[in-house]
Design a protein around this ligand. Sequence first.
Ligand SMILES: Cc1ncc(COP(=O)(O)O)c(C=O)c1O
Length: 422
Amino acid sequence: MAHATESAGQVNVGRESAGGITSSYTVDEGVRLRVPYSFFGSIYDGEEEAAVLSAMKQDSLTMGPQVLAFQKSFAEYTGTKYAFAVSNCTTAMHVCSQVIGLRPGDEVIVTPNTFIATTLVILKEGATPVYADIDRRTFNIDPREVEKKVTNRTKAIYVVHYGGQMVDMDPIMEIAARFKLVVMEDCAHAPGAEYKGRKAGSIGDFGCFSFHSLKNMTTLGEGGMISCNIDRYAEGIEKLRCMNLDQWKDQKDYWIPSHFDVVDFDGKWGNNYRMNEAQAAVGSVQLKKLDWLNSLRVNNGRYVTEGIKGIRGITPVYEDPDCKHVYHLYTVCIEEQELGASRDDFLRVLYREEGIQGILHYQPTYHFTGLKKLGYRQDLCPNAEEFFYRRDLNTPQHPRLTRDQLDAIIQGVRSAAAKVRR
Ligand SMILES: Cc1ncc(COP(=O)(O)O)c(C=O)c1O
């Protein structure tokens, strides 16, 4: 159990885990929670347990038959030529950033409404993130804003399918084709999501997936996948995910000149971003369950929408008719004018008096201290700023929520709205 102290209005969480905010939002303030914000986004049973135990008995515990099988079924599921398993989504996106040869002077247009990982991989290669504002209804990057940000230095567009609903990809791909830009889809929230019948990760040049504990499917808490259709990129991904390994051209015996050769990929040097066999074995089982897991999330989301619609000042999730939403998040928007109270007052009452733990995603990336130091203007994306500071609120959402918990969320939102209005 972590401990919280309040000072100057801030909750400081003393943690007993090494993962900080990536492994728990637990605080101990004496609040009786009816529905906490869970850090486990999937459902495991005996099938996953058996898969782990069986993988443990193999000769090879990493990058063996389980990884190959998982990659194959993931590519089939996503509808792409290739899928490459990696250690997580951040390393997936880093490999893609290296494969496209990102370097200092290059610009990448990216959403500010995302986990820091999407920006980190641009910074790691010395390139410049350029933030384009979001759509007020879907919270996804707005293609019209993307177009305004293109310069002769732009190399790529990194989109994020926020909350499980895909970005409006047609105009993004049209802009990319017109200006010869690469498109990377950050699909961390969106395995199985669709846009006009096409799966997340199959439209851009790359799709990058996360199997972190919180996600719609998970591979023992960490894991990732890159989907891709382009042969040259696939070659680069294979090298950069694992040490730039290559075959000798003039191998005589298997030990001469040595067991492997090493080559750069267009001047880029590789990494150890491998996935192990137990993770991949679990991934194959989880992938078979993904549509079911997503349907549980969709049912939860729609049930909450039904229960909270019509409350003045509370906007339920918007489902774009072009998309199959997979409800990684349930993002309620607070419209302060109509509610007659601030989002923070609402969230406080929801938490302290109703026992429903809401959280916020995402602080506009350029507001983090490290990014401020790089000189970003602090008012770059008004919709993203309004979203995070005034409107955004994620209520608990995962496939194990019970009907009672869903009813508690609905009742809590209704009751908190009535209380703050007064
Ligand atoms: C939108 C988004 N992108 C990337 C990541 C990074 O994923 P991982 O933890 O697998 O590196 C996350 C994780 O929370 C995310 O939410």
